[in-house]
Structure formats: C-alpha cells, structure tokens
Design a protein around this ligand. Structure first.
Ligand code: SF4
Ligand code: SF4
Length: 144
C-alpha cells in the first residue's frame, strides 16, 4: 500500500514541480539521510524562532509543536537566520525512518518545494541532501 501511495505522490510531486516552478526546478532524489527531519526551522511573524521560551509558548498554544524538540542552532549563515534554533521531529527513528510515514503532514509530503525561504537561502539544500535545484530553461531558449 505504501509503495502505491509513494508512487502516486511522486507523480503529483513531479507534475507540481513542472507546472509551478518557473525559475527553478527540483532534481535528484532522496538519500534517506533524515537530515531534513532533524534540521527544521520554525518561524513566527517576528522571524525565525531563536529562543526556547518562544518555542515553549508555541507548544502551549499549538499541540502540533509538541512533536518537535530542539536539535541545535544555525551558525555562520546569513544574518536573518543566524542564531535560529533547529528542531528535530520526534517521529524520526535512529535508522532515519519516519515512524508515521502514511500519516505524515503535508509539509513532509511536499518537501522539498520551492518556497521563499529556500530562495532567500540561495536555493541551497541541506549539506549532503540528494536533491538539488537547477535553473529552469525558458521555453524560448529551446527555439534558438
Ligand atoms: S535531507 Fe534530503 S536526502 Fe536527506 S532525507 Fe531529507 S530529502 Fe532525503
Ligand atoms: S513526520 Fe516523518 S517525514 Fe515528517 S519530519 Fe517527522 S519523521 Fe520526518
């Protein structure tokens, strides 16, 4: 069942990728390293979450955030990200398997997608990720 579901999701992912990403296109494939489940950034209207206190308040307000724990801090990145806390999902196993795979949230199903955060980040994926972004060729360039 999971295999069928994954195949179907892959098709949707590729269609969305081709239809809606005009400037960049996602290439490559997942190496199942689990880094993206352990290096999650959260943001509020004031920017990236940088303090434990802010995160605890978010957890009180929204149960969803109780599925995460702090895993580290962003260093040596651009000013707006520097000091941001990184979070680890509690459902990633030691062998990098998602323990709730069939029920994982939409954000996980959609990852990686082209969004403003990634563009601000210089369109860079996490180190060692099997996906990468490429510049989409314009239709007119095929006519030359
Ligand atoms: S970081 Fe990239 S390669 Fe690793 S699990 Fe996430 S999507 Fe897959
Ligand atoms: S729900 Fe699964 S895929 Fe999503 S962050 Fe957690 S472990 Fe990763």
């Amino acid at each position: 069942m999971n295999r069928v579901r994954t195949f179907f999701e892959d098709i949707c992912f590729n269609i969305k990728n081709k239809l809606f990403s005009s400037k960049y296109v996602i290439k490559g494939k997942c190496k199942k390293c689990g880094k993206c489940c352990r290096n999650i950034l959260f943001s509020t209207k004031d920017g990236y979450v940088k303090s434990e206190e802010t995160f605890k308040n978010m957890q009180k307000k929204y149960r969803y955030y109780r599925n995460f724990r702090i895993s580290g801090k962003v260093k040596d990145k651009m000013e707006f990200q520097n000091g941001a806390l990184t979070f680890e999902c509690k459902f990633i196993s030691k062998k990098n398997k998602c323990l709730i795979y069939p029920f994982r949230p939409i954000f996980c199903r959609d990852y990686p997608n082209i969004n403003p955060d990634l563009i601000y980040n210089g369109v860079e994926m996490l180190d060692g990720c099997g996906f990468y972004f490429d510049v989409n060729k314009k239709f007119s360039s095929y006519l030359k």
